[in-house]
Design a protein around this ligand. Sequence first.
Ligand code: HEM
Ligand code: HEM
Ligand code: MTE
Ligand code: MO
Length: 344
Amino acid sequence: MRPPRLLRRAGRRTNIALLVVLVGAFASGVLAFAVGTPGPARVTTVAHGVFGVGVVLLIPWKSVVVSRSARLHPGSLALIALVAICLAAGFVQVFGGYGVVLGVTPIQVHVGAALVAVPLLTWHVVRHRRRQGLRRRDLSRRTVLRTGLLGVGAAAGWVVLETAGRAAGSGSARRIATGSHRLDAAAIPATTWLLDRVPDLGPRHRVAIAGHAWTAAQLDELAQAEGLSVAARLDCTSGWYADAVWTAVPLDRLLPTAGDGPPDRARGSIEVVSATGYRRRFPPAQAGSLWLATRRDGGLLTAGTGSPVRLVVPHRRGFWWVKWVAEVRVSPAPAWAQPPFPLQ
Ligand code: HEM
Ligand code: HEM
Ligand SMILES: Nc1nc2c(c(=O)[nH]1)N[C@H]1C(S)=C(S)[C@@H](COP(=O)(O)O)O[C@H]1N2
Ligand SMILES: [Mo]
């Protein structure tokens, strides 16, 4: 069957355009996980949505490319399935909201499918490499115009979806800049990043802060006595956020001041280490906004959510909020000397 006129030019440039939007979606997705401040987060998730819609818009053209193929490779069929799952889960996250079905959340399915798709797509592109490559003609005015049309179409498609989602009263209207949906603080799930486990910390647990051992009760008493607390939003990359008031002591109250410490303190980092080994580094200048918390909304923390002491870091995504804190140390290594995301 001959494809309709509009789709007849499907071919090499369709594949290149698809590669560009897929790489853009992947990169903006990873970035969306890293940013926590509203402005940049908004830009990132909107860009991500537009790239995602771009993938959807190319489906008719790519279908023509595929239909011309004499044989379908199993790896390519798996790729079709993965991209379909990724797209579906992305829309469920945006319009359906956060939820756990059969033990998984939409974002877990979304990112999981995207990660598995990466090696398959790489293989696909390598396998078909002889049919590809940019040519001089690709920079012609017509092609540039078509590329521009794809961009405009994707942006318009995103606006239509957003508008429809809002008009229909879907969850999309209430999500915040990072894309997360609201949960009641009392309903916060005990969340681990990847493979971390809730440790069994007995009453003898101590938090070593710059070499000095503190009991959780001492930290709690200090915070209560001085009325120290911080209102902060826990925004997890699994697609939810919750607002709460944390009874907590900021680290600049507990660490030696710059004058007392070794001279490299300003250049090094503050490393917060969990009893499980999970850890994150922060610039020393941020000590005042790193809070060691013992209570959430007045009640002691539960085992799953970091008891007896956890870190609270306003304006940073949840994976920075180290739970079950065992040690806070000033380290000569800079704050960027760590994987961008935890590995456990
Ligand atoms: C969503 C991602 C993609 C899917 C699901 C997909 C799927 C397919 C399928 C099913 C075929 C038919 C042949 C086969 O089974 O291998 C095919 C052909 C092909 N694909 Fe893809 N593809 C994707 C992305 C890409 C990208 C990013 C490129 C390169 C930049 C590419 C380049 C090609 C080429 C060159 C062919 C052969 C076309 C021909 O024989 O004329 N594909 N693709
Ligand atoms: C090829 C890979 C990917 C594609 C095609 C894709 C596509 C999409 C689509 C279509 C949406 C719905 C957008 C909307 O309706 O506004 C979405 C949402 C989302 N995706 Fe992806 N995505 C990909 C990879 C990733 C990765 C790797 C991450 C994170 C590491 C990620 C994180 C998110 C988040 C947080 C949302 C919700 C954003 C919002 O609420 O606006 N995505 N994605
Ligand atoms: N030790 C440790 N701390 C951790 C994690 C972890 O896996 N291990 N997960 C982080 C992530 S991804 C989030 S969103 C928050 C979740 O806190 P909650 O269990 O109170 O919801 O804790 C953070 N702190
Ligand atoms: Mo998280």
